[in-house]
Write a protein that binds this ligand. Structure first.
Ligand code: SAH
Length: 251
């Protein structure tokens, strides 16, 4: 009976997922499953690795103190699906807000996150391990089958010059000429571009010359998110939500 499947704990693992194999968990997830969730032998755990879909496994032996948990794989519950090819290119912001943005962008289904350094970017480093851990946790709890890839920061002009052909640049423009986001996305109708990227600035916004550079990326779509100035994290999440609703996998 699969009806309770959504209640079973869900973990991201690095290993391949195949029937009739076992996975020895690292100390941290072992502790979480055996001491926090108090799982016992045979209890179900769902696993995904961003390659092999979602799998049902069961606790192989009665959990014992100071011993890692072993999970026995049983069967695939869901195949790996193709997910929207949506990127978020965002200036890093203060830690708590950046963490929040990583978590929520993961829930919203972003495939890649590219931090960009701009003139007014005050936070210039991204803790890759920490961001990845946040993304993994958000993917585990949001039933996602993949983890967004978080790239090291690059300069805005480098990004603009090397923009990948075929990826729609959605420039969240807090000033200058820009279409309301709903109006701009509606005409895509049933055939939106397969690849898109939402681009947002830092707390201090883009400089006029950066905005000019972004507008010059071929096919750039400068968009306005309403009459209010949103904080950088709100702007990113609002734009991603609009894309998913009008052009992405919320349709
Ligand atoms: N301090 C700046 C605002 C920066 S907001 C100012 O006062 O003008 C941070 C980023 O969020 C912006 O660079 C932009 O990418 C996005 N953003 C915020 N509000 C927006 C809006 N109404 N429309 C489009 N983008 C917006």
């Amino acid at each position: 009976m699969m009806t309770d499947a959504h209640k079973w704990p869900r973990l991201f693992v690095a290993e391949d997922l195949r029937a009739n194999t076992t996975i020895a968990l690292a100390p941290e997830p072992s502790h979480y499953l055996s001491h926090v969730l108090r799982l016992r032998q045979n209890d179900p755990v769902r696993l995904f690795n961003a390659r092999d879909g979602e799998w049902l496994s069961r606790v192989a032996a009665e959990p014992a103190k100071k011993r890692g948990l072993t999970l026995a794989l049983q069967k695939q519950l869901r195949p790996q699906l193709t997910e929207p090819d949506l990127w978020l290119c965002c200036a890093p912001i203060k830690r708590a807000h950046f963490d929040f943005m990583m978590m929520k962008a993961t829930e919203l289904g972003v495939a890649h996150i590219q931090p960009i350094l701009t003139d007014r970017t005050q936070v210039r480093e991204v803790n890759a391990d920490r961001s990845r851990a946040i993304a993994i946790e958000a993917a585990e709890q949001s039933e996602r089958l993949s983890i967004p890839i978080i790239h090291p920061p690059i300069a805005l002009d480098h990004m603009a010059i090397h923009w990948p052909a075929g990826r729609l640049p959605i420039v969240c423009a807090e000033f200058g000429e820009a279409m309301p986001i709903g109006l701009a996305m509606r005409p895509f109708g049933a055939t939106p571009p397969a690849a898109a990227a939402v681009i947002t600035g830092p707390e201090g916004g883009f400089t006029p010359s950066e905005m000019q550079q972004l507008r010059q990326i071929p096919n750039a779509l400068p968009l306005r998110l309403g009459p209010r100035i949103l904080r950088a994290d709100t702007a990113a999440l609002a734009a991603l939500s609009c894309w998913q609703a009008l052009c992405g996998d919320w349709r």
